[in-house]
Structures are given as C-alpha cells and as structure tokens.
Design a protein around this ligand. Structure first.
Ligand code: ZN
Length: 384
C-alpha cells in the first residue's frame, strides 16, 4: 500500500544554495516547455506533444554549451516538470483547473526525485546531493518511491515522501452490523454532526490561529512595497497562514481517524450536494470547515481498513425529513436548529436528524449493493 508523509528538512547553507539552483532549473524547464507549447500554437497553429516532442528537448539542451549547467541537477526532476505541465494542460482542458502559468522564484518551489532516493533515521537522500538532515517523525518502512523537496512561503523546507509499505490492502469486510454504520452531516457552526448526536466543533486553537492570521495580514498591508520590513512581514504572514493550515489539517486527521475507528461504514453527502445546500455567504467558515479535505481523508482511511464509505450524490431532503417516521416538512428555515415532527411527535436536532437520514440512505445503498448489513441480536427488555 502506498503511504505518504511530509518531513521537515534542514539543508546546510551549501545544500540550500544547491536546492534553489535546482528549483531554478526545474522552473526553467517548466517555463521553456510552456513557452514552446504556446509559441508553436500561436505562430503555427501546431499543438506540440509535451511528452513526446518537448520533453526530449531537455536531453538535447544539456548537450549544448548554453544549457550545460542542467547536467548538474537530477535529470528526473527536470523531466518530471514537463510531465506535470502536461497534467496541468489536461486539467485545464477537462475544466478542473486554470490555464498553466509561468513560474517565478517568488512562488512555492518544488522538485520531484524518484531514482536513488531513500530515507534514513535522520536524513533523506536524493541524487546529486549529500544526505539532507531531516526530522523523521514517522517510520518509513518499505520501498521509497519518490521524494519531493519543497520550500514554502515561510522559508521552511520539506521532503514529501511516498513509499510502498509492502502490506496488502485489507479485504473489504464481508458483512457489517447496522449499529456500526454512522451518518455524517457536515455543517458550518459545527464541523459535523453524527447520526448518534455527537457533534464535532472547530477547535479553539484554530480560531486563535485565525485571529493571529488577520493581525499579520493587517501588519503586512501597512508595510511599504519593496522594503525590508515588508519582506519580514510577508514571512510572518506566511507562517501564520501555515499555522492555520496545520491546525486545520491536524484536527481533520484526528476527527477522521476517530470516525474511521468507531464505524464499519460511514455515509455522508457528496461534496457537490454539500456545496449546493450550505450557505455560501459564510465563505470563511466554509473554508475553515474544509469539508472536501475531511471527506477525502475519510475515504482513503476507510478503504485502507476494508471499511465502507458512501457519498450520497442524489439530492435528498435530509434536513426536512423526519428520521423516525419519514414525514417530510414543507419548509425548514436555515435558522431552525430544532423541530418536532407533527406526525409522530419526535423532537429533532436539525443536524442529527439529517445525519440519521443520511445513515439510513447509506444502509439502503449498502444492502442494494448486496452487502449483508446485520441487526445485532439484542438482549434488551424491548426485544420480544
Ligand atoms: Zn416523525
């Protein structure tokens, strides 16, 4: 199974200089490939194939005196950048991303390495460089497939490592228990509500980090363009951004791991439906809640455990339907947090009721797909 982790690295001054030079070369290849592609299209109406026609030019350029310095860098890193550009073009034509643009020294930097790469107890190794000191906070056992070296806007360096742990993915469960199925309703005030009524709010440290971010943002905007202070403020701002992103990501990992541990199957609405239903004016809270990221984490963690995750993509009035009797309200205001079913008298928390309906829909889908969803033999006084 493929595993991924990002480690902070601490290059020496010489390594730092080399990394920046290599990133420069990577950028150069990207920008040249993009230029050629655009230029030929504009002047001759020819759409060059990036992989078959442009990528081989790197090897040719290295033989020329002008570009001889490209030989100093990991050739895989240079080639990969053209492959990435090709992906960028595809994403653009499939409507998933904007048109690829030229890269500058000011943006985030990265280079991809996939041959002769390894991870040691306190270092990472890539071609053309001595081992780089690293803080390896997770065990890397198995075959390292690739290492991507990165610099972020705060001026910190990282190695994103991808490795094959040699373990087979778990077989999907052959049968599950009904009481092990959980529905999830994601929200704005609370990150999510489970069908059992448990709520998960956005943590306080995230709010604190966001406040600090706003302060850094103001400080940055007060500095003069091109000044030393501005550069300093820019780094502080980038660091504050990173703290928010880290706090958010830590929390999402924690929440998703707990959900995965506690259930055999999870059901949620698809991101498409979620975005359709939730209030778009609250964009900041929405960004914070980071629903898409949460669903993505749940999906891969459930698969890893051989468990089931259903994303319900058909529109279904989960908030307005009574989860006890199926009665459907005509209308339910966004502001109404609790309601009582006029048909059966059940009192509902808005989100928990929605989660219960999503759970029921999840169970229906699992059964329809032929998976036995068993009822447990209950020994409660109610059971006969
Ligand atoms: Zn009812």
């Amino acid at each position: 199974m493929l595993r991924a982790a990002k480690f902070r690295i601490y290059p020496t001054a010489a390594q730092e200089a080399f990394l920046w030079a290599q990133w420069g070369a990577v950028r150069k290849c990207w920008n040249m490939a993009l230029f050629l592609k655009k230029h030929y299209y504009r002047t001759r109406g020819v759409s060059l194939d990036l992989i078959h026609e442009i990528k081989p030019l790197i090897a040719r350029a290295k033989k020329s005196r002008k570009y001889a310095r490209l030989r100093e860098y990991d050739s895989m890193a240079l080639q990969e950048t053209v492959r990435n550009l090709n992906k960028g073009y595809r994403a653009f034509f499939e409507g998933r991303a904007g048109f690829p643009h030229y890269k500058s020294r000011r943006g985030p930097q990265s280079s991809y390495h996939c041959t002769n790469v390894s991870v040691g107890p306190n270092y990472v190794r890539v071609p053309k460089m001595e081992p780089i000191k690293a803080r390896i906070h997770r065990e890397v056992v198995g075959k390292v497939k690739s290492i991507t070296l990165e610099a972020d806007a705060a001026g910190d360096y990282y190695a994103a490592v991808l490795w094959e742990d040699g373990l087979a993915e778990k077989e999907p469960l052959k049968e599950i228990y009904e009481d092990q199925v959980t529905g999830i309703d994601v929200g704005i005030t609370d990150l999510l509500t489970e069908s059992n009524g448990r709520k998960e709010s956005n943590p306080r440290h995230l709010k604190r980090a966001r406040k600090a971010l706003r302060r850094r943002c103001r400080q940055f905007s007060r500095t003069k363009k091109g000044s030393r202070r501005r550069e300093k403020a820019r780094r502080r701002l980038a660091r504050a951004h990173k703290r928010v992103a880290n706090a958010r990501s830590d929390n999402l990992h924690k929440v998703s791991s707990r959900l995965v541990n506690e259930s055999q199957a999870l059901a949620a609405e698809s991101l498409r439906i979620i975005n359709m239903l939730k209030n778009h004016h609250l964009s900041e809270s929405i960004a914070d809640a980071a629903w898409g990221e949460l669903l993505r984490m749940i999906a891969y963690k459930m698969k890893r455990e051989g468990k089931y995750f259903m994303q319900i993509d058909t529109f279904y009035p989960s908030s307005k339907t009574c989860s006890c009797c199926g009665f459907k309200l005509e209308k339910l205001d966004l502001a109404t947090r609790e309601w009582t079913c006029p048909h059966c008298g059940a009192h509902h928390d808005r989100n928990a009721n929605a989660a219960a309906n999503i759970r029921a829909e999840g169970i229906r889908i699992l059964r329809a797909e032929g998976l036995p969803v068993l009822r447990r033999e209950m020994s409660s006084p109610n059971a006969r």
